[in-house]
Design a protein around this ligand. Structure first.
Ligand code: ADP
Ligand code: MG
Length: 413
């Protein structure tokens, strides 16, 4: 019967390919499973181990786009299951797989109703190609382009600091919570300050799982596991916290991060990444996957000097440079340098400026409640609403559209 079923978990799967595997238990079982979970847009909905139960397993959940049937254990039963499935659910694409290169068996599976056939072992690229072919034949048509050409691309936003305490976590948490207040959005904040992060404190969340739990189970990682691992805040914002144990920070590699970010991107509209200050390999990897790199600056000498150094490194990379935007934090605080002088030294204008509001920011941090909830009509929260609009309007064609946040606050005040 089904070994797991995620009917009960929250589904935001419109960009995912729902897939069921019919595979009688054998020693290659785990390897096959992990092959599918390596494809970011695949949502492994259920696994079935008996051909006789396949129909029943599928009937108990949202109709999958693709059913993969391993035929080696019993060709007769496998073909019967394929035939029934093809008759009862003609829109479901069936992919038959086998370890044997047996022409007769292939023909039989295709005649029974399978649309594609793959001989094992196969690589992720071959599998991905087969899934795309199924989509082109129109069989997996309910899958919106297998997640490759989503209507709106998931926006990945990084906050990079020019020194400790410059405001990265405050800005990450409050921008992410503001974006999450729009019910059209599904937002996750990832704390990539792996050793010393505090996004969990800023959101007052005690997490059951952290990044290190995902990494420890990276081969089994799929949508079910991922969704269960996220901590949910009452604002709607999801959090993936830094590892609990400081020493676990080193076990997270760029490959782990790429897999986790791709999977998160497949089921969220916005990813906000709170980076560390030490430009670890994971930070560099995260920068490479970001649409916006917000480099946070304050009007004082260390921050300005480090920003100049960071800009020269980031600008040297033709891909990263254009994505870097300066964000000036704590505007209005008494400083030695004016913002005009800072912009001149940095050689570019500030993309965004966040006002200084010690009282409201401290209250929000101490209570673990983002300002969208703790101070929704404050000037600083209005600033975050406009910031969210500026980020979204840069990526939306409809720039004149009235934003959710504006109507939200207009109704409130
Ligand atoms: N715009 C702001 N106005 C007032 N205080 C701020 C502002 N931004 C950040 N802070 C304060 O600065 C301190 C450091 O901020 P934090 O976000 O933890 O920095 P980082 O993550 O870069 O180390 C916190 O106490 C926070 O409350
Ligand atoms: Mg921080």
């Amino acid at each position: 019967m089904a070994e797991f079923d995620q009917n009960n978990i929250e589904k935001s799967d419109e960009n995912l390919l729902r897939l069921v595997i019919m595979n009688p238990p054998d020693k290659g079982h785990e390897a096959l499973r992990s092959m599918f979970t390596q494809i970011p847009y695949v949502w492994l909905q259920a696994e079935c181990t008996k051909y006789e139960f396949l129909q029943e397993v599928i009937a108990n959940q949202t109709t999958p786009h693709v059913v993969v049937v391993a035929i080696d254990a019993d060709l007769e039963k496998a073909c019967k299951a394929i035939e029934r499935l093809a008759q009862e659910l003609p829109d479901v694409a069936i992919l038959a797989i086998s370890k044997r290169d047996d022409g007769q068996a292939i023909l039989k599976a295709l005649r029974a109703g399978a649309k594609e056939f793959l001989t094992m072992p196969f690589g992720v690229d071959t599998l991905s190609e087969a899934l795309r072919k199924l989509e082109k034949t129109g069989k997996a048509q309910h899958s919106p382009n297998l997640g490759v050409n989503k209507k709106e691309k998931t926006l990945v936003i990084s906050f990079l600091g020019s020194r400790g305490g410059v405001g990265c976590t405050s800005l990450s948490v409050n921008l992410a919570a503001t974006l999450a207040a729009d019910p059209h959005n599904k937002v996750v904040l990832v704390d990539l300050d792996l050793a010393l992060g505090d996004a969990d404190i800023a959101l007052d969340l005690i997490a059951d799982y952290t990044l290190s739990d995902l990494v420890e189970n990276i081969d089994k990682l799929d949508m079910t596991f991922l969704n269960r691992s996220l901590s949910k805040h009452s604002t709607g914002l999801a959090l993936l916290p830094h590892p609990l144990d400081v020493s676990d920070a080193t076990m997270i590699t760029e490959d782990h991060l790429k897999r986790i970010i791709s999977l998160l991107a497949a089921c969220h509209t916005h990813l906000v990444l709170d980076l560390s200050k030490s430009l670890r390999p994971t930070d560099i990897c995260a920068l490479g996957m970001s649409d916006f790199i917000f480099l946070v600056v304050q009007l004082e000498i260390t921050s300005i000097r480090n920003t100049i150094r960071l800009l020269s490194t980031l600008d040297a990379d033709g891909k990263l440079g254009p994505r870097v935007k300066l964000v000036l934090n704590r505007v209005g605080m008494v400083t030695d340098i004016t913002r005009e002088k800072a912009a001149e030294l940095l050689g570019r204008p500030f993309f965004w400026e966040v006002p200084n509001d010690h009282k409201i920011m401290m209250e929000s941090r101490n209570s673990g409640t983002p300002m969208v909830k703790s101070a929704p009509v404050s000037k600083i929260q209005h600033n975050f609403s406009d910031f969210a609009d500026a980020v979204c309007s840069k990526t939306k064609a409809n720039k004149g559209a009235k934003s959710f946040w504006h109507s939200f606050f207009t109704n409130k005040s």
